[in-house]
Design a protein around this ligand. Sequence first.
Ligand SMILES: [Zn+2]
Length: 81
Amino acid sequence: MAAAPPTCSICDNPLPTGGPELKHRPFCSSRCKLVDLSRWLGEEYRVAGPIVGDGAEFDPEAAEALEGFDLLAALNEEDLS
Ligand SMILES: [Zn+2]
């Protein structure tokens, strides 16, 4: 069985074998390159965020609300002491 030709990791189309599109390798086009980049950025954003439970979907809005609540609680505690 012959080795499969290299394909775009985003859309699975065969990679161009020549011409100006070669510069987008390992993607078939600038569009797929951007899709991959946005996936990386999304992953980084998730990793940088707070860990909520295990495997739970991270909700930035909920985390923000929780942070605001903690801040208010801390301020109230300072008022009482
Ligand atoms: Zn592609």
